[in-house]
Ligand binder design. Structure first.
Ligand SMILES: Nc1ncnc2c1ncn2[C@@H]1O[C@H](COP(=O)(O)OP(=O)(O)OP(=O)(O)O)[C@@H](O)[C@H]1O
Length: 368
């Protein structure tokens, strides 16, 4: 692992609970990790601890196999070789682009070498020839790319980016998210990125971590987070879906999940009925698991609908009173109050305890 966190905890003085609570994760060289989670869940604190700006109160941080934070070890920020990009660009307003980028370069570098490196990173972020521009002459998006070039210039071991696009408008954010992934990959950088925007996380990350109240609930690729959420919180936070009552029953060597929409099966991957009392659990039904089908025997009433361009997100109610969400192509424009046929097509059956107590993350383990 190029960077590894082992059961990292960070506690602010006077606070009853740690801001980061036993987080373990790992990134290989050249990988991009993204942390997402609601406001106050500890994303920025985790990033600051990796940078050396907050001391760890427990656990370890290793960069290239070397502990930079551990019991009795606290390598200062300037010796961690970590680059940072924050949301407010933080360019020096009185320095031109050339000097802004050259600022963090090794003082022992010759003038020609410095100039060449600045030109190289400017090329990487698509801003060739802007060396003489002052920051105020650039757009917000261009300034943020200069900030990225400045962070990349000294070839840091690790790049940390904290909501770098949050000051930009939505269109630009989306474009930059894709661009930044390309730039980081072209630079071969290992990066840890913080955002509260899921789509941004999916656009940028090779691995995504979902945090809640200081705990890292899951550290996985986007597909697994969506289809195999490890906790109820992750299932709820990522995508649209509901938890519907279900009962697991063993039929031969298969587990059948009985729901109000009929039986569901998921080959070998479904947990055994014995995982829950009497097999009674809740099953995650995503909006894209629910198919509108006029011929389906199960009908649901449309309670709400939200237009999303190519599709509607319908909120539906079954005769049993249970609520469901469904993505339906937007040429099926039904009225609120109308009953439509639906069926479930669930490839990955994800089940949870019925009680709210199931929200706790699994016991933390070291990344392989
Ligand atoms: N300097 C500080 N002193 C005391 N408590 C702090 C400090 N900084 C953050 N906290 C607390 O630590 C917790 C985690 O904060 P943090 O800023 O890491 O969350 P975040 O997930 O980055 O939030 P956001 O998305 O809003 O930026 C919060 O409860 C916050 O109030």
């Amino acid at each position: 692992m190029h960077i590894e966190l082992r059961l990292l905890s960070v506690r602010y003085p006077g606070r009853p609970r740690p801001a980061v609570d036993g987080a373990s994760l790992g990134l290989h060289a050249g990988e991009i990790g993204v942390l997402i989670g609601p406001s106050g869940c500890g994303k920025t604190t985790l990033l600051r601890a990796v940078a050396g700006l907050e001391p760890a109160s427990g656990g370890q941080i290793l960069i290239s196999g070397q502990p930079v934070a551990a019991a009795g070890v606290n390598v200062p920020p300037e010796r961690r070789q970590v680059g940072m990009v924050f949301q407010d660009y933080a360019l020096f307003p009185h320095l031109d682009v050339q000097r802004n980028i050259a600022f963090g370069l090794d003082r022992r570098m010759g003038r020609a070498e410095r100039k060449a490196r600045v030109a190289e990173v400017l090329g990487l972020v698509g801003l060739e020839g802007t060396e003489a521009c002052m920051p105020h002459e650039l757009s917000g998006g261009q300034q943020q790319r200069v900030a990225l070039a400045r962070a990349l210039a000294p070839r840091p071991q690790l790049l940390l980016l904290d909501e770098p696009f949050s000051n930009l408008d939505v269109d630009l954010r989306e474009r930059l998210a894709h661009e930044v992934r390309g730039i980081l990959k072209a630079a071969g950088a290992t990066a840890l990125f913080v955002t509260h925007d899921q789509l941004e996380a999916f656009a940028i990350g090779d691995v995504i971590g979902v945090m809640h109240e200081g705990r890292l609930h899951q550290w996985d690729d986007a597909y697994t987070l969506y289809h195999r959420p490890a906790t109820r919180f992750v299932a709820d936070f990522i995508g649209h879906g509901v938890f519907a009552p279900a009962t697991l029953k063993r039929v031969g060597d298969q587990v059948v999940v009985h729901t109000a929409l009929g039986p569901l099966c998921d080959g070998a991957e479904c947990v055994l009925p014995s995982a829950f009392g009497y097999g009674q659990c809740e099953v995650l039904l995503r909006a894209d698991d629910i198919i509108h089908d006029d011929d389906a025997p199960v009908k649901a009433e449309i309670m709400r609908k939200a237009f999303r361009g190519s599709e509607f997100l319908y909120t539906l109610r079954l005769a049993s009173g249970d609520t469901l969400l469904a993505h339906v192509p937007s040429h099926h424009d039904h009225r609120i109050g109308e009953w439509i046929g639906i069926r479930a097509q669930v490839d990955h059956v994800v089940t949870f305890q019925r009680e709210a107590a199931a929200a706790a993350p699994p016991i933390a383990s070291f990344p392989a």
